[in-house]
Write a protein that binds this ligand. Structure first.
Ligand SMILES: *Cc1c(COP(=O)(O)O)cnc(C)c1O
Length: 375
């Protein structure tokens, strides 16, 4: 397993250049080609990408940024990092993604950016979100941490909005341990994001020692340390080549799970792929009908653990986390759809390296626990 990754990493080690250089730039070029966007900037995380996007778009204190409560905390943390105010718009219970009509209700003269999150890899309603953004002159920054392979009606995710951030964290569909990519079609923004990703200095180290001859660097922004090293890019290049093959496996396993679980009344299935879109199928999450079960969600997850099945929660709504409750006064009841899903969702193991037998084991464990604990 991972023979190509091992070969690439060894090649990079032997080259003597372990920082950001030729491999990172090759990965950027290949990723941009895969997405069909003009610019891709390799970073050390998706969080870095979201933060840089908000920085380049000039988000600052006094601004408001609208996003979904049903996401990983980092989507919202970056808004706070800019000194701006996070504003939540509830999700659509049918799609689990941010509801464009709710976005429109939350817009004020201070609103600057909308961050849709393609939850579990299912693309958001980008036509409606883009229309609302246009109407109120807002920027759109997509959190595509789950959605590297996704398409929305003939457009690849990553080629549509002002910026899109992808994650290559260890559990993601393209996994380099840590890593991310920021895409945009805007050349000056790409240039600024790239410079800010490496301390804000005007020439990166690779170029400073290139054949063009030595030139001293100069800080033109107070930048960050967000660049991707070549060792990471060496893992990303072969992973990128396997994405579509893995998606085909995920698609097959998704159907297997759907078919096997559809007759269990105590369980709701994840929203399916919308016509004209491609679902990246990053996570397969079921909804527990808690009114029909004798145990709460966490105990259901413990019971799965006892059966040897590791499950997770994606996500507990961000507005209910301690920091957000205390700092902004968010309360339970404010975003009922996100809360309903957040209390009931269970992500089952769902990886392309699972065998069909592994998938059946997951299905059987879920069935066994439901049968034992049904009311
Ligand atoms: C994983 C994840 C992130 C953060 O990705 P990193 O690369 O770890 O920074 C952001 N948003 C969502 C929805 C995620 O799942």
């Amino acid at each position: 397993m991972f023979q190509e990754e091992i070969a690439q990493v060894v090649e990079t080690l032997r080259s003597g250049w372990w920082g950001t250089g030729a491999k990172a730039h090759e990965f950027e070029a290949e990723f941009a080609k895969y997405i069909g966007c003009k610019h891709a900037i390799a970073l050390n995380s998706a969080t870095a990408g979201l933060h840089l996007a908000l920085d380049v778009l000039g988000v600052r204190s006094g601004d408001e940024v609208i996003t979904t409560p049903l996401t990983f905390v980092s989507t919202v943390n970056v808004i706070v990092h800019r000194g701006a105010r996070p504003v939540f718009a509830d999700v659509d219970p049918a799609t689990w993604n941010i509801d464009p009509a709710e976005i429109e209700k939350k817009i004020t003269p201070k609103t600057k950016v909308v961050i849709p999150v393609h939850l579990h890899g299912r693309p958001c309603d980008m036509a409606a979100i883009t229309a609302v953004a246009k109407k109120y002159r807002l920027y759109v920054v997509e959190d595509a941490a789950h959605a590297t392979e996704a398409w929305y009606k003939g457009q690849k995710i990553g080629s549509i909005s002002d910026f899109t951030a992808f994650s290559f964290y260890a559990t993601k569909n393209l996994a380099t341990g840590e890593g991310g990519m920021l895409t945009t079609n805007n050349q000056p923004w790409a240039e600024e994001a790239r410079i800010k990703s490496l301390h804000g200095i005007s020439k990166d180290a690779w170029k400073r020692y290139s054949s063009a001859g030595f030139t001293p660097y100069e800080a033109i922004y107070a930048g960050y340390k967000y660049n991707m090293p070549d060792l990471t890019a060496s893992l990303g290049l072969p992973q990128l080549k396997r994405l579509e093959k893995n998606l085909a496996i995920r698609r097959r396993y998704w159907k297997l799970m759907d078919r096997a679980l559809s007759d269990i009344e105590e369980i709701g299935l994840p929203p399916d792929e919308e016509a004209g879109t491609v679902h990246a199928r990053h996570l397969y999450a079921i909804l527990l009908r808690l009114d029909r079960l004798k145990i709460p969600r966490n105990q259901f997850i413990n019971a799965l653990q006892t059966e040897g099945i590791g499950a997770g929660i994606h996500f507990e709504p961000v507005h209910l986390h301690k920091f957000y409750r205390e700092k902004y006064g968010f309360k339970k009841g404010q975003f009922p759809n996100a809360e309903y899903i957040g209390e009931r969702t269970v992500s089952l193991p769902f990886y392309p390296h699972m065998s069909e037998q592994d998938v059946n084991d997951v299905i059987e464990a879920v069935r066994k626990i439901v049968e034992y604990y049904r009311k």
